[in-house]
Ligand binder design. Structure first.
Ligand code: NAP
Ligand code: F7E
Length: 324
């Protein structure tokens, strides 16, 4: 019998890492989840399958820890999902963001090069690299114009992945993923802030919701659909770069309408626009062209915008009701 494949997922405690780890378990993988030291456990997203994966200590800021993880556990695939991923924090902590989100990619690529350059690698690139968009929709060839220290760091991570592919012949792929959300999305990101806010107001636990720019437009998909695309990239004979998106764009305001509307409320009665939540430089509009992913990977999203919003609100209603 052949050995099961073994994958290391960095960022396993995050939204995507938790879904990817579950997906890989379903594919029969041995899953290693890299976790950094914390004074309190933050395993909410993985506790329901934690005993089926191996947690390994490591930090993208610490080169030796990455080499040690690879030497000790010998994965055949590495999915680099760890990052400082919240855009506003990248203005308040630009150096930390650069260390983790940009240089962290070099650290893990170099660890792979040193320990076993045959390991296949996935880098979590982002539509934030397109920033002030040069064309619409955005595809793999659209020039980048990042608008935040986070976007700038992701451009570095993207190009260093391509550079290691071209310099060392490594099987290193980048998924340029547009926004993807879920019941497990961090509470500070706008969709979850809205679904959680609408649920709290509905249950009488809050009276208002404070938001920034309601006119920003994003191409929002469902995270479990997107982790499938990551895995498909790594299974290809040839590595490459792939846009992953739904091809449809909606505004923050539309998400508010749907989320509040689902619980029978009019968002305009509860929304407070807070100038402190406006970003120093905004990404006004993004929409992706995922035709390469469809053609080469056979990938298509399954959950649309409306279903996404409803799932998130329903999950927050359940969560808040049990915490009442
Ligand atoms: P997330 O929920 O914020 O998760 C980030 C993960 O990175 C967490 O597990 C976090 O660990 C870990 N991490 C942060 N700094 C680290 C460090 N120095 N060393 C080791 N681990 C570290 O992010 P996500 O939404 O799942 O996104 C996954 C990846 O895709 C990120 O790279 C993100 O930038 C990128 N991306 C996301 C989207 C999206 O719409 N979700 C779109 C495009 C690209 P802790 O739990 O300990 O904090
Ligand atoms: O903001 C606007 C805000 O923080 C979306 C990350 O996963 O996706 C994510 O980055 C939009 C922006 O996501 C609030 O100004 C209005 O225009 O949910 P977000 P993001 O910045 O697009 C990309 C692809 C990533 O790679 C990132 O890691 O919503 N907005 N009012 C607000 N945003 C937040 N967070 N909070 C508000 O109150």
């Amino acid at each position: 019998m052949s050995q099961p494949k073994r994958a290391l997922v960095t960022g396993v405690t995050g939204q995507d890492g938790s879904y990817l780890a579950e997906f890989l378990l379903g594919q029969g993988y041995d899953v290693l989840g890299m976790v950094r030291r914390s004074s309190t456990l933050n395993f909410e997203r993985i506790h329901h399958f934690q005993d089926r994966i191996t947690l390994v200590p490591g930090d993208l800021l610490d080169q030796v820890s990455l080499i040690d993880v690879l030497r000790e556990h010998r994965p055949t695939e590495v999915y680099n999902l760890a990052a400082q991923s919240f855009v506003p924090t990248s203005w308040s902590q630009p150096v930390l963001t650069g260390e983790a989100t940009a240089l962290g990619v070099t650290r893990i690529l170099d660890a792979i090069r040193i320990v076993d350059p045959d390991i296949r690698f996935y880098q979590a690139s982002s539509s934030e690299m397109f920033g002030k968009v040069r064309e619409t929709p955005q595809n793999e060839l659209t020039p980048f114009y990042p608008r935040s220290p986070y976007g700038v760091a992701k451009v570095y991570g993207h190009w260093i992945t391509i550079n290691y592919r071209e310099s060392y012949g490594m099987h290193a792929s980048s998924g340029i993923l547009f926004n993807h959300e879920s019941e497990r999305r961090g509470l500070e990101f706008v969709t979850r802030k809205i679904s959680h806010g609408a649920a709290r107001i509905k249950l009488g636990q809050a009276k208002e919701l404070r938001l920034g720019n309601l006119d920003a437009e994003r191409d929002w998909g469902y995270a479990p659909d997107y982790v499938r695309a990551m895995w498909l990239m790594v299974q290809q004979d040839e590595p490459g770069d792939f846009v992953v998106a739904t091809g449809k764009r909606h505004s923050v305001r539309e998400f508010c309408e749907l989320a509040f509307g689902h619980v029978g409320l009019d968002y305009r009665e509860y929304l407070v626009q807070d100038p402190r939540l406006i970003r120093p430089a905004e990404v006004d509009t993004l929409v992706g062209d995922a035709s390469k992913a469809a053609r080469v990977l056979g990938w298509a999203p399954e959950v649309g915008f409306e279903e996404l919003a409803v799932r998130m609100v329903e999950a927050d209603l359940r969560l808040l009701a049990t915490n009442q």
